[in-house]
Write a protein that binds this ligand. Sequence first.
Ligand code: SF4
Length: 343
Amino acid sequence: MKNIKDFSLEDLKQEMLSIGEKTFRAEQIFKWLYVDKVKSFDEMTNLSLDLREKLKENYSICNYKILKKLESVDGTKKYLFDILDGNAIESVLMEYHYGKSICVSSQVGCKMGCKFCASTGIPFIRNLSSGEIVEQILAVEQDTGEKISNVVFMGIGEPLDNYDNVIKAIRIINNQKGLNIGARHISISTSGIVPRIYDLAKENIQCTLSVSLHASNDETRSSMMPVNNRYNIEELLKACKEYIKITNKRISFEYALAKDNNDNLEDAKELVKLLKGMLCHVNLIPINKIENGKFTKSSNENIIKFRDYLNDHGIVATIRRELGSDIDAACGQLRRKNLDRNV
Ligand code: SF4
């Protein structure tokens, strides 16, 4: 059965035509799903009974079940969802002064193998469909009763490795008749899939691009992120510069500081050389320790020194606030624990 949430509004209009219905039905269904947030076709009371029956016979409405929910003292909420095929994914809701931000997963597992990530070492299962990505936002809004204002693709999975579904999900999230979250409030984070960065530049979507850089030379980056063996720093930054040229948008470089690995002054100097003159921002992340992970967090003193060096040398850098550190905040940890329990 097709998941009704996999359709963008334009696709749903075509789908309605294909089953002998008028296109305005698509707008009605979209409103029920994303404005009224109903969980069944029976609740779509301005559709005829006949149409509701037809929809029930041919389409499903994916509604996630919450397997686990953890709440941090800082208000962060972490969800483990049963996605109805025996698999589970994570989403995290964070509170900022500007509103509620959700970190969504784009795949069940991840192929990228970043050495600091809890999803590494667990087999990749599959891509999430666009509807399954969007459902994370709906499920959290339904659970909390609160409107989400920002979406970041930084959960389990490499969003640009599930490119088409992620772009379609963004079109549903961004559509004024859908979830109506402005593109400027949507951020995609990539480990650096270079060809897709060029594609994304041409999509004409005003979302923010975050690139996980995490090192200032190929040797260190390859030891942390195997993707660097395929697309090295030079190729990655060339793609980023092209992205900036086409979109005129600033890129955010993520840099997770790990003790004695990439956090000394020499690294900061190299980083300044790499990024000098680029329209960018560096987001420094105190690395989250994962079980069996080889990296440990830099000292606060080092993190501040690193930030100050970048700022003093013309690279805007900030330190990301640690949220949910009391509830397995690192991406993939909750799913990993759940899998460990079930083996
Ligand atoms: S950090 Fe992101 S891209 Fe890297 S393995 Fe984890 S989920 Fe995949």
